[in-house]
Design a protein around this ligand. Structure first.
Ligand SMILES: C[S@@+](CC[C@H](N)C(=O)[O-])C[C@H]1O[C@@H](n2cnc3c(N)ncnc32)[C@H](O)[C@@H]1O
Length: 280
């Protein structure tokens, strides 16, 4: 539920995330000494766990938001973790040496991008032959909420996804993982459906639901013609009550994937000739 470029205080919920859960598909493939790139690292909690797993290797972590990088840098200092290089950067052009990483990690990033395929092309180039890529994104087709006033949080979730789609992003990007990964040149895909541990907690989702009172979000929803300001503001109180009810439950769906850059297919020519790129 974070918008590109900003991480406001309530969204530090994101830092309850750990690699042990959110990158469980990647951790078994990390070894001490590996070089890892975390693309769209946000405020850094998962990154720091990856850094611990890859230590004494280096993690290069970048995000388009200077605010996120500042928060991540502070968290690294707090935790005394020093093997991460933090930088502001764009997934489409991160300005990092190509073919220099054993693993690339994206969590909650591709769903914000108008062109996730281009970001995966870049990640492919950042990896050494034999490198592994790990993806995780929400899947807006699979969320559910129950309990009193759950219609309100459901409606806000729908509006957030609709606004994201209007920005050219794909809130369902996870179901495109197989094709996107194949087209970027990756192989040996493994896909896993999952739920967010953090956002499947009612208190956290209700806190994130404070978005209904955020002026920027309100203006965006109204200007897109998705709902009136009165309608969105009217969601705040029922969401608060939903968050307080011990009868409430929610499941926040996500999709994860892991895939490899094959040893031999390192060149662009090899990728262009790969049969997988012709199944559009
Ligand atoms: C939902 S947050 C996820 C952060 C982190 N990966 C995590 O899971 O905790 C999405 C992040 O992607 C970043 N982002 C969005 N577009 C980006 C881009 N073009 N290049 C780099 N980062 C981007 C945002 O700034 C935000 O920090």
């Amino acid at each position: 539920m974070v918008q590109t470029g900003e991480i406001s205080p309530e969204y530090t919920i994101f830092n309850q995330r750990t690699a042990g859960y959110e990158a469980a598909h990647l951790l078994p493939h990390l070894e001490p000494g590996m070089r890892v790139v975390d693309c769209g690292c946000g405020a850094g909690s998962i990154t720091l766990d990856l850094a611990t797993a890859a230590s004494p290797g280096e993690v290069v972590a970048f995000d388009i938001s200077p605010n996120a990088i500042e928060q991540a840098t502070n968290l690294a200092k707090e935790r005394g973790i020093t093997n991460v290089t933090w930088q502001v950067g764009d997934v489409y052009a991160p300005g990092i040496a190509e073919a220099s990483f054993d693993a690339a990690h994206f969590c909650g990033v591709l769903c914000h991008l108008p062109d996730p395929g281009r970001a995966l092309d870049v990640a492919y180039r950042l990896l050494k032959p034999g490198g592994v890529i790990a993806l995780r994104d929400p899947y807006k087709g699979g969320d559910w909420m129950s309990g009193p006033f759950s219609e309100a949080i459901d409606e806000l979730n729908r509006l957030i996804a609709a606004a994201s789609a209007a920005d050219g992003a794909d809130p369902m990007v996870g179901i495109r993982y197989p094709r996107l990964l194949r087209e970027a040149g990756f192989s040996d895909l493994e896909l896993f459906p999952s739920y967010s541990r953090v956002f499947s907690q009612v208190a956290n989702l209700a806190m994130a639901g404070r978005r209904s009172e955020d002026a920027t979000f309100l203006n965006r929803i109204v200007s897109l013609g998705l709902a009136t300001e009165e309608h969105v503001r009217g969601l705040a109180e029922p969401i608060r009550r939903w968050g307080e009810s011990t009868d409430s439950l929610c499941g926040f769906a996500e999709i994860t994937a892991i895939a490899w850059k094959r040893e031999k297919a390192g060149s662009d020519d090899a990728r262009a000739n790969d049969w997988r790129r012709h199944d559009r």
